[in-house]
Ligand binder design. Structure first.
Ligand code: C2E
Ligand code: MG
Ligand code: MG
Length: 722
């Protein structure tokens, strides 16, 4: 379920791996809402989403709970205490607040905790969206209290000169710090300091691989650990900071804080990783005490994640003993961020409590219920007929929520918005709680694509699809390094001469196992993973060099065009990159063209106009791709400084059979000529289409009639060497 209200902006997580959506009152952001929330949920860190004028502040559960334990509220004063430089709500300026927050070294803050302790948090912030003078910001904080304590202890000891190497090792051990070193090659090897090995229950001379370490990770933390590690190994992130549970030798899990850093060689590849891990179980337990009970979520009164997993396992064992059915459901409130922003924090809490009440009320006695994330609930229900019973429960829950929208409990005008999705997995007598939860969640994750029903039943083909996608996500990061991308070139033919006049560079992925992968299969994933910028930069360079090379070989000069992605247009200094690439390749700019789509261009039309003007100043021409498929073709055309219209193939394909299509093609060329554009027809597949378009006065044709996208050698053979 993705909702777009006009302006769409992708929010890039600090790790660069997840892309997300949030919608905030009057600020319209489109991304997948679910992913932002997943990011917040997955994060062990503290997260704040806020506006620079402080009209909106949202904090994640981890921070909310911590603040409550310190007797603080997540309000404007709290933000000012971090970034406000001693200003108050009456005299702060949003711009100064923003500058302070975006400090590239991060911002350190101190809060006084119970019993005179200090709580140290390091914040890093990123801009999500700018709307006039108001900026939406995401700030992530890492609690460094424990780390600082350990550091200061060691420093103090060293300062007093007590420390010999042996003492230092002992100090590390007693501080429960492990040092880790990973050499990054085909099979990354892991070296761990002696004390660290002891902590994790490895023997002294045991040879360790990365997988040995992964096997120690608690299953709930495994996914986020692997994503972070993947990002570190591939160089997407410079550091890995996480708090995860690891299995220690006596079959018990301890919480560890990881702080690792990737070390790169001259060409930017990560060659080794160094860092530390600290056992923070004591601190974690102290922290859990603030919640009253470490297994209970304080806001809803339901079990928290740990409690749910523990009690859920016990319930399954009991069901196994007596025989019977059970069903797991993962329930997610729809559009929570938006509801929170419109109706405020208080209402948000009330809604969470209503869900908790409804779930308890309508589930059978043999049910374990938990609140596992900001707006995620899960239940395992012992029952007779899993499908019938879970559907009854969700129907009753929905009715209960709607009836609660009566202006006494919840606002009446929330009635149409109290929606949720339920991923459901029926217990097969084999899976454990974690696996059941994972399977139910997979269906929640996929529910965007699989229809409107409330209950989405586990289906292994959906899991496979997601798994395949994840595999591509994983592999695409190294594809660039392993030179697996290739540009194909599709000729553009002049209607006047019938000869090649240009070519569009179209990327292909030569996958070592899957063969040739088309862009529609991996470009959206590359955008999600955050690697599209690097791929596009590579494509730009490759296309310029190739075109120059053809000229050096003495072929007739042609104009080569490349496709620019949304991310490149909005998140990079594309003008500088093009300028630099042209200089490096020594290609005359008149032989280079960029293609942007209208949908991309209108997301922030002012920005695009600015950008395109600067690109044109370099002498490069600009083409509007897929013309006719967007919403506001004419108004965009009027404003954007473009040279070429590329008419989409959906307007060309039935031009011979459908007189209306021919009329539209005619109207476009007349308009294009009046605006002095070069007009290119995409998807020309037949002689008849060519004849009609030639008669109408089109300038160029690109399509299978003259040639599919070709590898360079084939293009040379078929179009240059005649
Ligand atoms: P596009 O820029 O509109 O590219 C034209 C697409 O139409 C190409 O698909 C091309 O193979 C296809 N095509 C051309 N003539 C015909 C025809 O006569 N019949 C049919 N059925 N199809 C035809 P392709 O190569 O699969 O590329 C798809 C899209 O992927 C491109 O659409 C472009 O938006 C994107 N893309 C391709 N390469 C890159 C790249 O290097 N970077 C970025 N950011 N996007 C790229
Ligand atoms: Mg194109
Ligand atoms: Mg196109």
């Amino acid at each position: 379920m993705e909702w777009v209200w006009g302006l769409a902006v992708a929010l890039v997580s600090a790790a660069g791996a997840a892309f997300v959506t949030a919608t905030v009152q009057s600020v319209k952001i489109s991304v997948s809402e679910r992913k932002l929330e997943a990011l917040l949920k997955a994060s062990n860190r503290y997260t704040i989403i806020w506006k620079s004028d402080l009209s909106y502040i949202h904090v994640n559960d981890a921070l909310r709970n911590r603040l409550y334990s310190l007797g603080r509220n997540p309000d404007a004063n709290f933000i000012l205490s971090i970034f406000g430089n001693e200003k108050t709500v009456d005299n702060f300026t949003p711009s100064a607040l923003l500058v302070a927050a975006l400090n590239e070294n991060g911002v350190d803050s101190v809060f006084s905790a119970a019993e005179g302790e200090n709580c140290y948090v390091k914040w890093r912030s990123e801009t999500v969206e700018v709307k006039k003078t108001v900026v939406l910001i995401i700030s992530e904080g890492i609690d460094e209290t424990e780390m600082r304590y350990v550091k200061s202890e060691l420093y103090e000891q060293r300062r007093r000169n007590y420390i010999t190497e042996e003492n230092f090792d002992m100090a590390m051990e007693s501080a429960e710090i492990g040092i880790i070193y990973i050499s990054v090659d085909e099979l990354p090897r892991v070296e761990i300091s002696e004390g660290g090995k002891k902590m994790l229950g490895f023997s002294d001379n045991e040879e360790l691989m990365l997988d040995d370490l992964a096997r120690k990770v608690y299953s709930v933390d495994l996914n986020s650990y692997q994503i972070k590690l993947k990002n570190l190994l591939s160089g997407i992130s410079d550091t890995l900071e996480a708090e995860i549970k690891l299995l220690i030798k006596n079959n018990d899990y301890h919480s560890f804080m990881l702080k690792w850093r990737g070390v790169k060689d001259e060409s930017g590849n990560v060659t080794r990783i160094t860092g530390a891990f600290i056992d923070v179980t004591n601190q974690r337990e102290r922290y859990n005490l603030y919640d009253g009970a470490s297994l209970v979520d304080p806001m809803s009164g339901l079990l928290n994640r740990r409690g749910f997993m523990d009690k859920g396992s016990a319930l399954l064992s009991a069901i196994d003993e007596v025989g019977g059915n059970a069903v797991m459901s993962s329930i997610k409130i729809e559009r929570m961020m938006k509801i929170n922003s419109i109706f405020g924090n208080d209402m948000w809490e009330r809604l969470i409590k209503c869900y908790a009440e409804g779930l308890v009320k309508f589930s059978s006695e043999k049910t374990v219920i938990g609140r596992l994330g900001t707006d995620d609930f899960a239940l395992i229900m012992g029952c007779k007929e899993p499908r019938r019973d879970i559907e009854r429960l969700t129907k009753e829950l929905l009715l209960f929520l709607e009836n609660s929208c009566n202006d006494n409990i919840l606002p009446a005008n929330l009635k149409d918005q109290v929606r949720f999705d339920a991923g459901v997995c029926v217990y097969d007598g084999v899976d454990d709680v974690q696996t059941l939860y994972y399977k139910a969640n997979i269906m929640l994750y996929a529910s965007d694509d699989i229809g409107k029903e409330v209950c989405h039943y586990y289906d292994d083909s959906v899991e496979k699809k997601i798994h395949d996608r994840e595999l591509i996500e994983y592999e695409i990061v190294s594809a660039l390094k392993h030179s697996e991308f290739e540009l194909y070139y599709q000729p553009k033919i002049s209607f006047k001469t019938g000869e090649i006049i240009g070519a569009e560079a179209l990327i292909r992925w030569n996958h070592p196992k899957r063969g040739l992968i088309q862009p529609y299969e991996f470009i959206p994933i590359a955008e999600d993973v955050g690697i599209i910028m690097k791929i596009d930069e590579w494509g730009l360079r490759q296309a310029c060099n190739q075109n120059k090379y053809w000229q050096i070989k003495g072929y007739k000069p042609i104009k080569v065009s490349v496709n620019i992605s949304k991310v490149q247009l909005y998140k990079t200094d594309i003008v500088k990159t093009i300028k630099h690439t042209l200089m490096e390749s020594n290609l005359d700019p008149k032989y280079f063209e960029v293609e942007i789509t209208e949908t991309m261009a209108v997301q922030d039309i002012e920005h695009t106009i600015d950008m395109l003007r600067n690109i044109k100043k370099l002498g490069v021409s600009v083409s509007m791709d897929d013309f006719g498929t967007g919403y506001s073709s004419l108004s965009a055309i009027k404003q954007l400084p473009i040279d070429v219209l590329k008419v989409d193939r959906s307007l060309i394909y039935d031009i011979c059979e459908n007189p209306a299509s021919e009329k539209i093609a005619q109207a476009i060329i007349e308009m294009g000529k009046a605006m002095k554009f070069r007009v290119v027809a995409e998807g020309v597949e037949t002689q008849e289409q060519w004849d009609i378009l030639q008669r109408l006065g089109y300038d160029e044709a690109q399509g299978y009639f003259h040639g599919k996208p070709l590898a360079t050698a084939d293009l040379e053979r078929q179009f240059f060497m005649q």
